[in-house]
Design a protein around this ligand. Structure first.
Ligand code: ATP
Ligand code: MG
Length: 275
């Protein structure tokens, strides 16, 4: 190939980046992920193409092993695709180094996991402040933003509690506050309600819906449960590493309304350990 053609191809691909799904938060094109275990190769993603616009709330569903977490980890810049393209707010991030990915992740991604992943010997407030320490914010600013994030998830007054002094639902809310504190472009959650009972799960969905509606936060969450997916605006179903279905949620449920219809429960003693 001549130098001239290479240069033209380069310009062409740059133009494509600018014109491809303008304004999209996430755009992936023909994404593949192959885990190389030496003797075997596992083809976990087999050509996923998807666009997510600002303010969307997407539930990712599909059987165990269908590639949901693999997909979320790539979107969250925790891992890289084997091939295919990924633009995060128009920037091609599919070929960045691990250090560059970590930098982008810290600025643009809020991640919530099924198992909370809080630091055990660290207070709720300090757990939430953590991403800001990496972002070298001044201490007062960190404190203010961490307190505000805890307030948004309904944990005002719990700032000094350690994870062991909080219920599962409260720990997950600390994890959400931590994911929010850097003002991410997108909030990603991999089975955030997987370890919670149904009421606490709906409480988490109420927070997500509020953030999505009031702050326009773009959210993508993985869930196995159709009852949880109905709180999202759009469902994408994976099977065998491919997108099998992608459709708006008909009759999206309102978590605040569902909660209001549930019998009142008084938080029990075990929730108040150390209070
Ligand atoms: N780090 C890894 N190394 C090797 N194979 C992996 C790795 N992570 C996932 N896999 C494999 O890739 C495929 C997709 O896994 P993935 O974790 O993305 O599925 P999932 O849809 O999230 O499943 P679940 O609902 O059980 O969480 C599976 O066959 C899995 O065994
Ligand atoms: Mg998974």
């Amino acid at each position: 190939m001549t130098f001239m053609t290479q240069e033209l191809l380069q310009i062409h691909s740059e133009l494509q980046v600018q014109h491809d799904a303008p304004g999209a938060v996430i755009r992936v094109e023909n994404l593949h992920k192959i885990y190389d275990l030496g003797e075997v190769q596992i083809h976990a993603l087999r050509g996923v193409s998807l666009t997510i616009h600002p303010g969307e709330f997407v539930a990712i569903m599909g059987a165990s092993g269908s590639g949901k977490s693999t997909f979320m980890n790539i979107i969250g810049c925790l891992d890289r695709p084997t091939r295919g393209a990924y633009w995060l707010e128009g920037q091609d991030v599919s070929k960045l180094s691990k250090i560059e990915l970590a930098h982008i992740r810290n600025r643009k991604i809020g991640f919530v996991f099924q198992s909370f992943n809080l630091l055990a010997r660290t207070s709720a407030l300090e757990n939430v402040e953590l991403p800001l320490i990496y972002a070298t914010q001044p201490h007062e600013e960190r404190l203010k933003r961490a307190q505000e994030a805890l307030r948004i998830v309904g944990l005002e007054g719990r700032e000094d509690h350690y994870p062991s002094q909080l219920s599962g639902g409260q720990q997950q809310r600390v994890a959400i506050a931590r994911a929010l504190v850097n003002n991410p472009t997108i909030l990603l959650a991999d089975e955030p309600t997987g370890n919670l009972d149904s009421r606490k799960s709906i409480e988490i969905m109420e927070i997500f819906q509020r953030l999505n509606r009031e702050k326009g936060l773009t959210i993508m969450l993985v869930t196995h449960e159709p009852d949880i997916a109905r709180f999202a605006r759009r469902t994408v179903v994976f099977s065998d590493g491919k997108v099998r279905r992608d459709a708006p949620v008909e009759g999206m449920a309102d978590a605040a309304q569902v909660l209001a219809g549930l019998p009142l429960v008084v938080e029990n003693q075990s929730e108040e350990v150390g209070a």
